[in-house]
Design a protein around this ligand. Sequence first.
Ligand SMILES: C[S@@+](CC[C@H](N)C(=O)[O-])C[C@H]1O[C@@H](n2cnc3c(N)ncnc32)[C@H](O)[C@@H]1O
Length: 227
Amino acid sequence: MREATSLLLPDGPDGEARRAALIRDRLTLQPPPGLAGTGLCDLKLYRAGPSSGLSKLVGSVAPYWAHPWAGGLALARYMAERPDAVAGRHVLDLGTGGGLVAIAAALMGAASVTGIDIDAWAISAARLNADANGVGARFLQGDVADVALAGVDMILVGDLFYDKDLADTVSVVLASAVSRGIPVLVGDPGRKPLPRVHLLDVVEYPVADVGDPPGTASATGRVSRWV
Ligand SMILES: C[S@@+](CC[C@H](N)C(=O)[O-])C[C@H]1O[C@@H](n2cnc3c(N)ncnc32)[C@H](O)[C@@H]1O
């Protein structure tokens, strides 16, 4: 049996290395659901399973980064079908989690990709996932509220509207981006705080939500343009 208590919150100077070692040890590289047969069929992510023991590892912060989310899966599928949506763009992925959307954008030909997330574990996981997929995306820990838009010409948002306060913050950032002419694509399965009034739907797919049994897709993931 693994000793978990000594593994809690590995911050400090070697925090990144310790988080990476734990992710490699506890999670397994697997394809996200719903991308077989697409241009992203080879994409793999470190994903949690029942024996990963994540709650003991990460303490009170939910390990959102350990799962591909329905909104991110819809965006990834859209990029696989329409690489022209991101090819050649300088992409910013807000709330990158394990980096699904950022890595998909890089694989589909984005000129550069930066993913940001407030959770240090997400950044560690996203960096490992980028390495595993052979892409050079950059991942930075930070709050969407403080994001800088200089040099960005496309914003992607996968499943970041699950909380009302967060949705309000993200909405301010996206409105500012669009007012500067930066296009924004949102992938979301219709979480309650999603501000539908700002969204012009582009496409929808059946997608797996976190907790769905393998091979099932209980959610409808919409890709929409922020207007
Ligand atoms: C539901 S997950 C989605 C992850 C990924 N985009 C996907 O679709 O698979 C939301 C992510 O947003 C991050 N997040 C939450 N609040 C944030 C904030 N204020 N600034 C940056 N990231 C945030 C969380 O840590 C989490 O990794």
